[in-house]
Design a protein around this ligand. Structure first.
Ligand SMILES: C[S@@+](CC[C@H](N)C(=O)[O-])C[C@H]1O[C@@H](n2cnc3c(N)ncnc32)[C@H](O)[C@@H]1O
Length: 363
C-alpha cells in the first residue's frame, strides 16, 4: 500500500489546525458549562437553519435589509416565530438583526453562504440535515449505540435509497446536496488522478454526473458511461447537456448489486462504499469486478479516517453514514484495501488529501 500526500493537502491541514486551535482557545475563555451547553443545542441550530432555507429567507434578505414581519408576510409564516428564529440565528452570526429596529435583518458572511445559487450547496445541505428523513433517523441514535446498526433502516423500514425513490422532493434535495460536495471535491480529484490515461470511464452510482462532467471537460478525448437508478439518470440529462458533455456520456441504468455496464477501461465508485457495511461493499465491488477486463482500473473516491485520528469532517461523516445509510461508515486506507482484496482486486495505491482521497486498484 502506498500513500501520497497531495501538495494542497498541506495547506488544508494547516487551515484546519489553525481553526481547531482557535476553537480550543475560545472554549478556554468561557465557563466549561457554556461551551458544553453550546455543543448540546446543536439540534436547534440545525432545525432553525433548515427551516429558514426551506422558506427561502436567505434569498429574500439579499434584496436588502428587511423586517422579520415582512419576511413572514412574504413567506406566509408566523411573524412572531420568524422574528424569534432570526434573532436566535443572528446570535450565532447567521444573519444580522439590527439592534434598536423592529427586527430589520441583513446578511452576514455566513447567511450569504446559504443563498441557494451558491455552488457548494450549503442551502441544500442545511435543508437535508433538518429533513424528516435525517432527523427521524438521528432521533434513534441511542438504539444504534446499543445494537450497532443503522438508524435509518430501522426507523423507516427500508434503505434511504428505497425511501428516496418514494419521496422525490427529498431525493432531489439530497442529489443537489451531493452535487455541491462533488463540486468542492472535483479540483482535488483531478489533481490526485490523471483520467486522460483512459478512453472510457464508467461512474457507478454516479448521481447526476457532476464528477463525470468535470472530468470530461478537462479531458476532451475521454468518453463515459453514467450508471445509476433510472430516476437519477433522467434528471442527469439536462445537467450533462448544460456542461456541454451530453454527447460523450451514455446513460445506462444499473444496479450495483446485480450488474453494471461492461466496456469501460476505468470504473469509478465515488462516495458509494461509505454508505454500506463491509459485506455489502464487497458485494458491490464484486459486481464491478465482474464487469471489468483483466488489467483495467477501479478508482474509489472516499474520505479516509484512521481508527484513532479524529477529523472534523470525516469523523462526523462517519456517524452520519451509520445513522442515515445502511450500516455505512468512513474507513481507513487499510480497511478499503481489505475490501478491495476481498473482492479480488490486486494491490491498491492511495492518493491522500484531507478533504477526499483517491484509491486506485486494478483487476
Ligand atoms: C452518496 S450518493 C453518491 C453519488 C455520486 N457518486 C457522488 O459522489 O456525488 C450514492 C449514489 O448511489 C446511487 N445508488 C444507490 N443504490 C444503488 C444501486 N443499487 N445501484 C446503482 N446506484 C445506486 C444513488 O442513487 C446515489 O446516486
Amino acid at each position: 500500500m502506498f500513500i501520497h500526500p497531495a501538495k494542497s493537502a498541506l495547506l488544508v491541514r494547516l487551515g484546519l489546525w489553525i481553526r481547531r486551535s482557535l476553537f480550543q482557545i475560545a472554549d478556554r475563555i468561557v465557563p466549561v458549562q457554556y461551551a458544553l451547553f453550546e455543543r448540546s443545542i446543536g439540534l436547534s441550530e440545525t432545525m432553525m437553519i433548515s427551516v429558514v432555507c426551506e422558506a427561502q429567507v436567505p434569498e429574500l434578505v439579499s434584496e436588502g435589509p428587511i423586517s422579520t414581519r415582512e419576511l413572514a408576510r412574504l413567506t406566509q409564516m408566523n411573524a412572531d416565530v420568524m422574528h424569534r428564529i432570526l434573532r436566535a440565528l443572528s446570535a450565532r452570526g447567521i444573519f444580522h438583526m439590527m439592534p434598536g429596529t423592529e427586527g430589520l435583518v441583513s446578511h452576514t458572511r455566513l447567511s450569504r453562504g446559504l443563498l441557494n445559487e451558491t455552488a457548494h450547496a450549503s442551502h441544500e445541505w442545511a435543508q437535508y440535515f433538518g429533513s424528516v428523513g435525517n432527523v427521524g433517523a438521528w432521533a434513534d441514535l441511542r438504539t444504534s449505540l446499543l445494537d450497532g446498526r443503522s438508524a435509518f433502516d430501522r426507523v423507516f423500514g427500508e434503505t434511504v435509497w428505497e425511501w428516496f425513490a418514494k419521496n422525490p422532493a427529498a431525493e432531489e434535495n439530497f442529489a443537489q446536496s451531493m452535487m455541491g460536495v462533488t463540486r468542492i471535491q472535483v479540483p482535488i480529484i483531478l489533481d490526485l488522478y490523471d483520467f486522460s490515461q483512459h478512453t472510457r470511464l464508467c461512474d457507478v452510482g454516479g448521481g447526476r454526473g457532476t464528477l463525470l462532467s468535470a472530468i470530461l471537460r478537462s479531458h476532451p478525448g475521454v468518453r463515459a458511461i453514467l450508471c445509476d437508478g433510472p430516476g437519477v439518470l433522467s434528471s442527469a440529462e439536462s445537467l450533462l447537456a448544460a456542461a456541454g458533455v451530453r454527447d460523450r456520456v451514455e446513460l445506462i441504468p444499473g444496479n450495483f448489486f446485480k450488474a453494471v455496464p461492461e466496456g469501460a477501461d476505468c470504473y469509478l465508485l465515488k462516495n458509494i462504499l461509505h454508505d454500506w457495511n463491509d459485506d455489502v461493499c464487497i458485494q458491490i465491488l464484486k459486481t464491478v469486478y465482474r464487469a471489468m477486463q483483466k488489467g483495467q482500473t477501479l478508482v474509489v473516491i472516499e474520505q479516509l479516517i484512521e481508527p484513532t485520528q479524529s477529523n472534523a469532517l470525516a469523523s462526523f461523516s462517519d456517524i452520519q453514514m451509520l445513522v442515515a445509510c445502511s450500516d455505512g461508515r468512513e474507513r481507513s486506507s487499510a480497511e478499503i484495501e481489505g475490501l478491495l482484496k476481498g473482492a479480488g482486486f490486486a494491490e491498491s495505491r492511495t492518493h491522500f488529501h484531507p478533504i477526499t482521497c483517491v484509491i486506485v486498484a486494478h483487476k
